[in-house]
Design a protein. Sequence first.
Length: 297
Amino acid sequence: MKIRFLIAFLIIATLIGCLSAPSIPTPEPYGQRYIKRGAELVKGLAACGYCHGDSAQPDSPLSGGRSFEDKYGEVLAANITPSQTGVGDWTAEELSRAIRFSIGRDEEPLSIEAHEGYRWMSDQDVYSIIAYLRTVKPVDHEVERRSLSIVDRYTVGLLESHLTVAGYVPSLDSRNVREYGKYLVNNLARCATCHNSPESLLEEEQFLDGGKEIKLSSGENRVAPNITGSKTFGIGSWTQSEIVSYLKTGQAPGNKISDQRFCPTHFYKNAFGQDLFAIAKYLKSVESADAAADADE
Ligand code: HEC
Ligand code: HEC
């Protein structure tokens, strides 16, 4: 009997140990180079304002309050301007922990899905984002926070999602265009959050294979298409410059225009041109699971 208690105690202690928030020393970033890159990411590929903006526009104040759905239900985006009601007195370390690990200031887990993929954002890019956030106009706007019960928090995914902790994440060499494009797609723009195929009882999500319904809070919805390099199912027949041009304008070959409220190309157009080119190169190399299934038949 005693041994059982001991084992239970050890398991609980280990779990609590794993949950305590990782602490990774983060220097306070400053300097024009960081601020410029940060602006390009926040208003561009990382599209922070798509959720945190007062409206979903690149120049809208990041004062939060708009509502999103994750697996626990409704959650409101936080005020991330440097005000009293925002993140004015957060340290760089606290900010980087919230962005990459979805851990809040009081070590409580935040919505994991909101920042999924950021975990492996390079230190350089996180520092840049923090440096830029320090320079935006502070807005006083109290956002009501969600509180989850202990049971909700420590079930389904939340626990495991906090276990892997990236220490130092080096920047990728942007001359390795395909790998750099992969990094941008997965760890900054996170195109997969919308463009993966939907998960079902029988099948896991397939990478960029499309088919998920994206809903706005107004209730309107669109299906995100397959954007793999498959000529049959994806955008394999588009040239790289057609993909870049899509990301800048929302206009697909054949004059079809995507709705920016669903695919935030009004943000992507603020990205560095070379970054968009790297994304295009990478997308062309992604194989479609649909195509693989076809080949098997
Ligand atoms: C898909 C929507 C979405 C995107 C994109 C997004 N966030 Fe968030 N973020 C949220 C939500 C929702 C919360 C609040 C989560 C909660 O309360 O559990 C949050 C919380 C935060 C927090 C914690 C603030 C606090 O007071 O707890 C910070 C800091 C933050 N986000 C920064 C960023 C930055 C910087 C970016 C861009 C690199 C970004 N977020 C992109 C939805 C998003
Ligand atoms: C918030 C969800 C969301 C995100 C994030 C997102 N997309 Fe989209 N995307 C959509 C939806 C929905 C559509 C369809 C829009 C429509 O029908 O008006 C779309 C359309 C597209 C199309 C047009 C494809 C076609 O066949 O017409 C391309 C290309 C595309 N997205 C690429 C990307 C890339 C690359 C990224 C990441 C850099 C990205 N998207 C991020 C939701 C998203």
